[in-house]
Design a protein around this ligand. Structure first.
Ligand SMILES: *Cc1c(COP(=O)(O)O)cnc(C)c1O
Length: 235
């Protein structure tokens, strides 16, 4: 059964410290610098009070998977959260693109030509309010039909298209491996693909597997449950 989401600052502080300790340990084991690994605190479904408490503890990067929920929560909060860096980690529909470009600092889910082309067009219009300064290309490494992401065999062409034809500010690659599979081969595939393209950033690893992802080169890990507690069952 799921417990209610955490808004007790002491418990959030303990969880955050635990995750930071795990990140440092995984980095050390991989002979990497802990400072090269960024933590995205995934706040979807969790209340503003929990976000504010985490910000007060020094956490600056947050992730949300729905544009509307993020607007509702962060639109009002933002002025009180200096240094906030907001990431979109869920699928983006083209009709929400303008809102997303104005709200998120980083969009991690560029996953198809139609979206990439609409993004490039919007970025070229001087009247579009833009906050986004970097994007990631999401790859469906498990080739799961229900999951977003460009298919692995199309990834090379799509990455080139986004960078060379569309001039999108692509910082790296993102993936969500199949829940029931050993994630390492997926992480390794993503790392090799990024390397081929000279991309430095790798967003991979969630509560269940972020230490493994760090071992495979993750530069951003997206952690929700291990910080905030369980989400309501429907999500
Ligand atoms: C919800 C979500 C996460 C965080 O998952 P946890 O298992 O709660 O850490 C990470 N990445 C994406 C894309 C998500 O939607």
């Amino acid at each position: 059964m799921s417990e209610p989401s955490l808004i007790d600052p002491a418990e959030l502080a303990r969880n955050l410290a635990e995750v930071q300790t795990e990140i440092a340990a995984a980095a050390k084991a991989a002979e990497r610098e802990a400072g090269d690994i960024g933590l995205v605190a995934v706040s979807k479904t969790h209340p503003a009070a929990a976000i504010e408490a985490l910000h007060a503890l020094g956490q600056r990067r947050f992730g949300e998977n729905r544009v509307q929920e993020a607007q509702a929560k962060y639109g009002a909060l933002r002025d009180g959260l200096p240094g906030l860096e907001l990431h979109l980690i869920g699928p983006l529909q083209t009709n929400k693109l303008r809102d997303a470009l104005a709200l998120f600092d980083v969009i991690e889910t560029v996953d198809r030509p139609k979206l990439a082309e609409a993004m490039a067009a919007a970025l070229q219009q001087p009247t579009t309010p833009i906050r986004m300064r970097a994007c990631f290309i999401q790859v469906n490494t498990g080739e799961e039909p229900q999951k977003a992401g460009i298919m692995p065999h199309e990834a090379d062409d799509f990455i080139r298209h986004c960078r060379e034809d569309l001039h999108l500010p692509v910082a790296g690659l993102m993936a969500i491996p199949p829940a029931e599979e050993e994630p390492s081969p997926h992480f390794a595939w993503l790392r090799c693909c990024a390397k081929r393209h000279g991309l430095r950033q790798l967003s991979m690893g969630m509560s269940a597997d972020y230490p493994v992802a760090i071992g495979q080169g993750a530069t951003l890990v997206r952690v929700g449950t291990a910080i905030f507690g369980h989400r309501p069952a429907l999500r």
